[in-house]
Design a protein around this ligand. Structure first.
Ligand SMILES: [Ca+2]
Ligand SMILES: [Ca+2]
Length: 245
């Protein structure tokens, strides 16, 4: 094989390797002084996470009760100077009702939300200015849902789309998450689950009175699981305390 053919074969091999290289591969690069260096190449990716309670401190869950409120966080991981995201979020409309969204990371802003009644929503999220690009794992957007009161079973959430870095390089990312909807349980007035009904349970629920579910300090404050902490929950706890001798 002559030199020309060898070079041609080498270049073809390099091209094929780059084309099939998965995220996380080691990529050989040539530095300014001509030496060969290796870099670990990781693509940004989405991760879906379902939580009950507050966005950052809530407990991660994989099942919900019928009629329960909960939050699905869309995370962006492995990002480096990512400044814009254009993605489609999908959910099962038989099992879940979409309530709304929140942006919790400073410097991020939602520029577009395009909703389709079939359970498909397109979002465009942008970092407003230098210093707000995403270079560490961050929640892009938090989506509030309520499990429908009519159906039980396994429902799926999906996200896929394109994110781009400060140089305009675009990366495709996707993720999927299954959440099981189970029947509601009867009221449980023992909010802190210490085995007794007392004023401690009442105080916890009182602290969460009137708050949206993502800011509850304890999800058991909603004793009748209707998605609100209100005078119905407090009255049930008081009645349980009065029954204690
Ligand atoms: Ca208790
Ligand atoms: Ca309630």
């Amino acid at each position: 094989m002559n030199i020309k053919k060898k070079v041609s074969l080498f270049l073809t091999l390099v091209f094929v390797m780059v084309m099939i290289m998965p995220a996380g591969s080691v990529l050989a690069t040539t530095s300014h002084d001509g030496s060969i260096q290796s870099e670990v190449y990781t693509s940004p990716k989405f991760k879906l996470q379902c939580v009950a309670g507050s966005v950052y401190n809530g407990s991660i869950i994989d099942e919900v009760y019928t009629s329960q409120y909960f939050t699905v966080n869309v995370w962006l991981e492995n990002g480096q100077d990512i400044y814009a995201e254009d993605f489609i979020f999908s959910y099962d409309t038989d099992l879940f009702n979409y309530i709304g969204h929140q942006i919790v990371k400073e410097g991020l802003r939602l520029y577009a939300e395009d909703r389709d009644p079939a359970g498909v929503i397109r979002y465009i999220v942008v970092s407003e200015g230098r210093g707000y690009g995403i270079s560490e794992d961050s929640i892009l957007i938090s989506l509030n849902f309520r499990a429908s009161g009519y159906f039980e079973g396994l429902g799926t959430f999906g996200v896929n789309g394109v994110v781009a870095d400060k140089n305009g390089y675009e990366y495709f990312a996707t993720d999927e998450l299954g959440i099981y909807v189970k029947p509601s349980t009867p009221s449980n007035t023992d909010v802190n689950r210490d085995g007794k009904n007392s004023v401690g349970d009442l105080a916890i629920a009182a602290y969460n009175f009137g708050q949206p579910n993502y800011s509850w300090s304890n999800q058991n404050s909603d004793v009748n699981k209707d998605g609100n902490v209100n005078n119905i929950d407090l009255s049930e706890i008081v009645e349980a305390i009065l029954r204690v001798r």
